[in-house]
Design a protein around this ligand. Structure first.
Ligand SMILES: Cc1cc2nc3c(=O)[nH]c(=O)nc-3n(C[C@H](O)[C@H](O)[C@H](O)COP(=O)(O)OP(=O)(O)OC[C@H]3O[C@@H](n4cnc5c(N)ncnc54)[C@H](O)[C@@H]3O)c2cc1C
Length: 516
């Protein structure tokens, strides 16, 4: 029987995994049959700091927090949170100031009628996002996705969060320990002790203590102590496809307490990477992610400083960036023997679509839902986990690379190299071939585990000016759908105006929640 799970690592991966497992198998919950609860221990080294970055989430985080039992108001107050309604991509297409949104709200009627096909047929005056969804205009005005009357975690417009990563870990830790019976232990793992069958039997800590368990979750970040150092599970580099391997991060003050708060992550393309810009209620997190093979750290910092200097509110501040380096890629497998890797230990690529925290949520949910009752079942569970997470990685890499492949920029080796076919995964080349004559749609993904929906693909493709040659005769029921599509697009205009008139600004809503 799985009785004890030890999670090594107390970063966002460790505490999210602990919360998700303990919420389902809570040893404090007396309503579960005696002995059914599982002992969850988070072991954290006092000598190794957390990564402490990772400020953008997906809407999935709302369900995760609700499931763990955290009140949204507490979360908003404790973690310096703002609402994220998607991403805005600036200078990605030509580098001439153009921009488009990838919002969280899918096109109107998504799942029943493919509005992208109709928009391509009759584009009219609107760009794709504005023709099919209100969220772009709402983001332009820095409005909130809900009103003060909307219940916790409910929404008018789908949203995730921007948050302070350090404060988020503190809240998760407090909640997991006080409400979910998770045990928190400080200790540095010196050695991994093996059982005869190759499983990990226990961990030897620098204090001399030996910590045994049935399942070990490796959340040790870039150290990858169990999955990498101990088991030597190969690392699959993605550097040939996604070149970025270094980040320079700064925190900047708002000009005043009333400074408007952006509703989305802004991603501005540079000569050899891109700058993220995330607004929290009390500050902005800004950073340059770039390829060290294409630009020196000094030049990358100069580009970051130019970005900061262009904003009058930031120009007068002094910023000393923190440098973070990483190998873009992931493990070949993620669950080996009785050890499963979650978070950066399992893999990391640039945070262009904030795909790291959502993958932690998905991985931890799978582990929690499928925690093997017997050791004999673990091999099958591990195989399934590896298949699913492996597919998620293919999806992530294809989707991130799509942003680069669609770009018309050729102003540096970086952009020219991104357009080279040998840097483009075959799976993405196949999809692009399909999308030249066929609009991405829900049914494309029947056989794959996907993180990014056809709606997300549409937003990036048509935001970047990609052309799908529509042959209306090939779309069955086109005439019938055309009427519905016209109506949905007209309704969208009305909805957009309604949201623009009725939503409070992010700043006003957050001030209300934080002050209340
Ligand atoms: C520049 C940048 C921007 C990012 N932006 C985003 C974003 O917007 N959205 C998003 O979803 N993700 C983002 N990420 C990813 C996100 O930061 C990580 O997924 C997240 O922080 C999880 O990290 P972790 O818990 O896996 O590792 P860490 O935070 O590094 O935690 C590792 C833990 O392991 C412990 N440990 C290490 N060695 C030992 C040992 N020997 N014994 C005991 N304990 C040990 C440490 O003490 C620590 O607690 C970003 C990452 C980077 C680099």
């Amino acid at each position: 029987m799985t009785k004890t799970v030890v999670i090594v690592g107390g970063g966002s991966a460790g505490w999210l995994t602990a919360g998700i497992i303990a919420a389902r198998h809570n040893p404090l919950d007396k309503s579960t049959a005696a002995g059914q609860g599982i002992r969850v221990i988070v072991l954290e080294s006092p000598d190794v700091a957390n990564l402490g970055v990772g400020e953008g989430t997906w809407p999935t985080m709302r369900d995760t927090l609700r499931q763990i039992g955290i009140s949204e108001v507490d979360f908003l107050r404790c973690c310096d949170v703002s609402f994220k309604q998607g991403s805005q991509f600036i200078n990605w297409q030509r580098g001439e100031g153009e921009s488009y949104y990838h919002p969280f709200v899918p096109p109107s009627g998504y799942g029943s009628v493919n509005l992208a096909a109709h928009w391509l047929h009759h584009p009219g005056d609107s760009n794709f996002v504005d023709a099919v969804c209100p969220q772009g205009k709402v983001c332009d005005l820095r409005l909130a996705p809900k009103t003060p009357q909307t219940p916790e975690y409910a929404f008018g417009l789908n949203y995730g969060y921007h948050l302070n990563a350090g404060k988020f870990v503190e809240l998760l830790q407090r909640h997991c320990v006080e409400k979910l019976g998770v045990e928190h232990q400080l200790g540095h793992v010196d050695e991994v002790l093996s059982a005869e069958n190759g499983d990990i039997e226990s961990l030897s800590l620098s204090s001399g203590e030996i910590l045994p368990a049935d399942v070990f979750v490796d959340c040790t970040g870039f150290a990858a102590l169990l999955i990498g150092k101990h088991y030597q599970v190969p690392f699959v580099s993605q550097r040939h496809c996604l070149f970025n391997d270094t980040a320079l991060a700064v925190q900047a003050n708002h000009a005043s307490e009333d400074t408007p708060i952006a509703s989305c992550t802004k991603s501005t393309a540079q000569s050899s990477g891109w700058v993220w810009d995330i607004a929290l209620p009390t500050r902005r997190g800004i950073g340059h992610v770039f390829s060290s093979q294409h630009i020196s750290v000094q030049k990358a910092e100069d580009e970051l400083q130019r970005y900061l200097a262009a904003d009058p509110a930031l120009a007068k501040q002094q910023h000393s960036p923190r440098k973070i380096t990483f190998q873009p890629g992931h493990r070949q497998t993620f669950w080996h023997k009785n050890c499963v890797a979650v978070g950066v230990s399992a893999g990391f690529v640039e945070p262009l679509e904030a795909s790291a925290l959502v993958l932690i949520e998905k991985s931890a949910e799978f582990i929690s839902n499928n925690l093997p009752q017997e050791r004999s079942a673990m091999t099958v569970v591990a195989k399934r986990f590896n298949e699913i997470i492996g597919k998620y990685w293919i999806d992530i890499i294809d989707f991130l690379k799509l942003h680069y492949v669609l770009s018309e920029r050729r102003d540096s080796d970086y952009w020219r190299d991104h357009s080279q076919s040998q840097s483009i995964p075959e799976s993405l080349q196949d999809s692009l071939e399909l999308w030249r004559s066929q609009v991405p749609w829900v049914s494309d993904s029947n056989n794959r585990a996907e993180l990014f929906s056809a709606a997300s693909v549409q937003y990036v493709l048509y935001g970047m000016g990609f052309v799908t040659e529509i042959n209306s005769r090939r779309y069955r029921g086109w005439d019938k759908d055309a009427e519905l599509a016209d109506r949905l697009m007209r309704d969208n205009l009305g909805k957009t105006e309604m949201f623009m008139a009725s939503q409070p600004t992010n700043r006003d809503l957050l001030n209300l929640v934080r002050g209340g």
